[in-house]
Design a protein around this ligand. Structure first.
Ligand SMILES: Nc1ncnc2c1ncn2[C@@H]1O[C@H](COP(=O)(O)OP(=O)(O)OP(=O)(O)O)[C@@H](O)[C@H]1O
Ligand SMILES: [Mg+2]
Length: 261
């Protein structure tokens, strides 16, 4: 089992989108996949159109499992075949508990590693903010993917992320991939940002692979507004060539370059 995370200390850069697509891709290959939302917004649920499940029952949050009030099976929410989600309620409160009770960290680590029996991959969807839970889950991640928005704010987010790793003593070599997001052929700014990002990645994250940039595509927003993932077969029929191009040209080519085993 691998633990894979998308992280960036900047909001709205595509962390949830990317990890949602990547997780669904593996699930569509027949792998058993779990996505843990470490984000109280639980926005990963919206990506799969199951956001009504965020509030349907109030005793199936990550916190209940970690506190021993629920079994893993009680808190799993099925989003697609082979693809399950776990929602969080209040990660700041959980982080406080982690800080005050040192053995809680061991409990989290044990419970997550026990998922090995059921899952091939665990994906963690982080918020842009951070707390003790963020640190523990980053520590547990075998593969850390940094998603960077291709504009000046996005580059600032990349710097803040580097700074966060340094401040918290997280080895920068644990960053495996950098995913530039929001490229556009018709605008100058993303191209300039991409050049700068490549330079800065060379300087700060020598071990990371900077992947080809993901293009800004209105279809990504449209699909998300409808709660449809690009790996939903029906999507392809309804969205004709546009969805097919996104799937084949952009995502599948990109995913071929990523090894999270
Ligand atoms: N390549 C893209 N083209 C077009 N829209 C995109 C692209 N990537 C992400 N988006 C859109 O940008 C918005 C933010 O994406 P997303 O929620 O994945 O970001 P995030 O980094 O997870 O945000 P947060 O920090 O709030 O969790 C969404 O509406 C999403 O549909
Ligand atoms: Mg998100």
């Amino acid at each position: 089992m691998s633990v894979v995370s998308t992280f960036c200390k900047k909001g709205g850069v595509g962390k949830s989108t990317f990890i949602g697509f990547l997780a669904h891709y593996y699930a569509s290959l027949g792998k058993k996949v779990l996505i843990i939302s470490a984000d109280d917004q639980n926005s990963i649920f919206k990506i799969f159109g199951v956001d009504e499940k965020i509030f349907d029952v109030n005793d199936n949050y990550l916190e209940f499992w970690l506190a021993g009030h629920a079994e893993l099976g009680d808190i799993l929410i099925e989003a697609r075949e082979n693809l399950y989600l776990i929602k969080t309620l209040n990660t700041d409160k959980l982080s406080m508990k982690l800080t005050l009770e040192r053995n809680q960290e061991k409990v989290i680590k044990r419970l997550i590693s026990e998922c090995n029996t059921y899952f091939d991959y665990i994906f963690v969807d982080f918020p842009p903010s951070s707390n003790r839970l963020t640190e523990v889950l980053l520590e547990m991640s075998d593969h850390i993917l940094i998603v960077v928005g291709l504009d000046s704010l996005g580059l600032g987010g990349f710097f803040n992320t580097i700074q966060y790793f340094i401040d918290n003593d997280i080895d920068l070599s644990r960053i495996k991939y950098i995913i530039p997001n929001g490229y556009s052929k018709n605008r100058r700014a993303p191209k300039i940002s991409l050049d700068k990002l490549q330079e800065q990645a060379k300087e700060f994250t020598k071990d990371a692979i900077v992947l080809p940039a993901l293009q800004e595509k209105s279809i990504i927003k449209n699909l998300q507004a409808e709660g449809i993932s690009v790996f939903d077969k029906t999507t392809l029929d309804r969205y004709d060539q546009n969805a097919k191009n996104l799937l084949n040209d952009d995502l599948l080519e990109l995913f071929k370059l990523i090894n999270v085993d």
